[in-house]
Design a protein around this ligand. Structure first.
Ligand SMILES: Nc1ncnc2c1ncn2[C@@H]1O[C@H](COP(=O)(O)OP(=O)(O)OP(=O)(O)O)[C@@H](O)[C@H]1O
Length: 369
């Protein structure tokens, strides 16, 4: 196996007719990795996936798989020649074929079709249901058949378009974990499209956050959460508040919560006004602290309680406290900042406040500055 990435999108642009949807997108996926395209509705995730699959031509840039050019302006290798499998949101099973025949469909000419099918039935835990038809299965079972069918021809890359969006709650979470395990077990590389952050994080090694046809950041879930590189990513990923601060040195900021020191150096001059991102897990309870906040709201989450806090200046924050101590609404608690990952953005014009987000996402609050 070469050291080159499996999939490379190089300055890719594509769209429909004269309408540009995706602009100058670059990313790469290594062998065996699972990547995810995440973003609000209509930002171009599915369009990108369709371009990778070969259903849409590209207007600029290139798509390469194992160093072979699949798409460039004026050339689109046919989908069936790409060694790419696809799993759709609506499963797209053949209704007149049994579970086993659906899975065998792509390898029906293969001398080992029976063996491949049996192995995959086992892998997706559907051996006892092999003779059933799609309408006799639950949504989760149908999606497992769709996954097994896509894996049968051993694609180099699997594309999954919102594969769990027709399933709800716990089943959705369970199946997404299961799919990750199956892909990792087989060493299959994949790209998943979703607008659900929890799903993106639980399935993927690398996640790309889209904003209106642009890729804002392609990174690990950990880095997207702790080291977002743009205000949009900070807003789209997770919860939190921005508070105003002043840079004292490259890695320290003066705020009304005191001096916060992080692990990143910023290059703006000392004295610059900045917006500091504080996640609920950055604020911890500390009865001894002189810093007090009033509890203005609370949500019990089980192991933890999410408290909405108000500082004496009126600044709002959120904080996750272990739930064994219960603080009543209106009471005062001591707090302290424990943010190793100092994330700040230039405060000029409060850029983050202008981020426009889709309705599929809970916005990050910006304190009145
Ligand atoms: N066949 C098409 N012809 C013209 N425009 C299209 C077509 N398909 C999608 N679009 C437009 O392209 C833009 C991006 O759509 P796309 O389906 O890629 O978004 P998405 O990020 O996958 O959204 P969602 O999460 O809602 O599926 C949208 O404005 C959409 O209206």
């Amino acid at each position: 196996m070469s050291d080159a990435p499996l999939l490379q999108l190089q300055a890719l642009s594509c769209g429909y007719g004269k309408q540009a949807i995706v602009n100058g997108l670059s990313l790469h996926l290594n062998h065996g990795e699972i990547g995810c395209l995440l973003g609000p509705s209509g930002c171009g995730k599915t369009t990108t996936l369709r371009a990778i699959a070969g259903f849409e031509p590209v207007t600029a840039g290139k798509i390469l798989l194992s160093e072979q050019v699949l798409s460039r302006p004026g050339f689109t290798l046919a989908p069936e020649k790409r060694r790419i499998g696809m799993v759709f949101q609506d499963y797209a099973l053949f209704p007149h074929l049994s579970v086993a025949d659906n899975i065998a469909f792509g390898v029906r000419e293969h001398s080992d079709a029976r063996k491949i099918t049996d192995e995959l039935l086992e892998l997706v835990h559907l051996t006892p249901l092999a003779k059933r038809f799609p309408h006799e299965l639950s949504g989760g079972q149908q999606q497992r058949v769709a996954l097994a069918r896509a894996l049968a021809p051993q694609p180099e890359l699997l594309l999954l378009d919102e594969p769990f969006s027709n399933l709800d709650g716990e089943l959705r979470r369970r199946l997404s974990r299961e799919v990750r395990e199956i892909l990792k077990l087989r060493g299959t590389s994949a790209i998943l499209v979703t607008h659900d952050q929890e799903e993106a994080f639980s399935v993927s090694d690398q996640v790309g956050v889209f904003n209106q046809g642009h890729l804002e950041q392609w990174d690990s879930p950990f880095n997207l959460y702790h080291e977002p590189s743009t205000p949009f990513v900070a807003s789209f990923i997770g919860q939190g508040y921005f508070i105003r601060g002043q840079l004292l040195s490259p890695d320290t900021v003066q705020t009304e919560l005191g001096v916060i020191r992080g692990n990143r150096a910023y290059t703006w001059p000392a004295g610059s006004a900045v917006d500091v991102l504080l996640r609920p897990d950055d604020i911890i309870p500390d009865a001894q602290s002189s810093l007090k906040a009033r509890i203005s709201g609370k949500t019990f989450l089980g192991a933890a309680t999410l408290y909405r806090l108000q500082l004496p200046t009126g600044t709002q924050l959120e904080s996750l406290f272990p739930s064994h101590a219960d603080h009543p609404l209106g009471s005062e608690v001591g707090i302290r900042v424990a943010a190793d990952h100092l994330v700040v953005f230039s405060a000029s014009g409060s850029v983050a406040a202008k981020v426009s987000l889709g309705d599929s996402h809970k916005p990050l609050r910006h304190n009145a500055l």
